[in-house]
Design a protein around this ligand. Sequence first.
Ligand code: ATP
Ligand code: MG
Ligand code: MG
Length: 553
Amino acid sequence: KAAAHNHFLKTIIIDDLQSGRTKTVVTRFPPEPNGYLHIGHAKSICLNFELADEFNGRTNLRFDDTNPVKEDIEYVNSIKEDVKWLGFEWDGLFFASDYFDEMYERAVLLIKKGKAYVDDLTADQIREMRGTLTEPGKESPYRNRTVEENLQLFEAMRRGDFKDGEKVLRAKIDMSSPNITLRDPVIYRISHAHHHNTGDKWCIYPMYAYAHPLEDAIEGVTHSICTLEFEELRPFYDWVIEECETEAKPHQYEFNRLNLTNTVMSKRKLKLLVDEKVVDGWDDPRMPTISGLRRRGFTPKAIRDFVRETGVSKNFGVVDFKMLEHFIREDLKLQAPRTMAVLNPLKVVITNYPEGQTEMLDAEINPENPEMGTKQIPFGREIYIEQDDFMEEPVKGYHRLFPGNEVRLKNAYFIKCNDFVKDENGNVTELHCTYDVETKSGTGFTGRKVKGTIHWVEALNAVPAEFRLYDSLIFDENGEEEETEGASSFLNRLNPGSLEIVQGFVEPDMKAAEPQDKFQFFRHGYFNVDPKYSKPGAPVFNRVVSLKSSFVI
Ligand code: ATP
Ligand code: MG
Ligand code: MG
């Protein structure tokens, strides 16, 4: 496994190990199981696992499942699968909900210390009284309840004596703090909701900002790495660690989140695409989810190399999706067998080739990786080529087939177009060509040259196949605008041409192709056998990426 690039978090860890603050590096990846993981999560996963790995530390997978309404076991399972598929093994597998008892005890401790109180204000009142950057907040009339009263009310909250929203527990810090998140943040709320792990045991649930530092402390996490939007919560993180008197003293560090062009990444938006059936599931090959990228044909290595290259800093940036494509081309280049696939086929009859006869021709499996060897492909009197490889009236510079012109068939012979057949609508349905036996590929024929090489598949043995060609899901060069955009307004920027389905043929050996097998189709790019729509003997191919790119790294 490659070591993570140098960056500020690595420097911090090296310092902490040298100064003795840290004996063993412990990190965690803490997803909330309210959706499938996306490529942004992959960045956090690689960062956490690779940092610990590099210094012989440990990394936990922890489900931050403190919000029962949005969470589901389906998401838990998919997250485990995706982390493993990316190539990482967690040390501990934990659920924040397993710590609810301890979190409750720590909250009781806060009350006893006079550091937390039960508030009867509504969520709206609390928000209104919180103040602004220029205006201090106002204290709640319930702020000075006695410890005794607070203990009784908190116990009653837990027992289920109150309805959702009737009461909350708040940390008692400073209503005039310049950091608004320190103005008595809510740490427990009432929610009579069934929890996927704890069932109906609890009707009060801890808030993220209170729960997270405790989860880290309970697991002995040393470096709690999160994205920059949590920066202003760090003082409260430290407050919780201090006031709850945890044994371990984790620290929070923030880095830039990964943003990508031409997609959306928040789980809320991705879920909307699934619920509105814009896509065929969380694993639709157009989705930036790990499962979508996998089904599209991206490899774990390409994803890991990509997120590593995007760097770790505190600067905001949007990364070009083309950079991810660069890494998958790099990874598949030497691995993916080359083969010919004909999209939008046009039949060619080679009129001087004996009827009912076929022959086997040699084809190199991967010219960039000769060790992969050669294979044999059939050739015969009828073949398919692409409709685009013929023009009745060629435009200037067109070197493929047109009446009177000769081209090379990849791995086979020169053929010359003599005639064509049209249907009643004027569409060309068949070409009549002749081949020249002298020009067989590999014989070193130099008698004359042709300008075009096209690909083909022998008709009798060809396997019918479906090809799914993808374009970006969203028209958007700048990545999503999380703050300014309404919940669903990005749906107005959907690219209606993000999926094109084309029928055609592939070589006979493709009958044996298995879901997730990857190939390079001559001239078309890299393709992956779709695990959802393929049937035995009838493959459906997802285009991972085309062959060429203007992107330079
Ligand atoms: P989203 O906002 O996309 O719905 P989230 O941040 O709510 O995701 P969590 O399940 O809470 O998702 O995230 C788990 C971890 O992944 C967190 O530490 C979070 O900071 C990190 N993470 C989420 N999105 C990104 C991203 N785009 N780039 C880097 N890290 C991310
Ligand atoms: Mg979250
Ligand atoms: Mg979020």
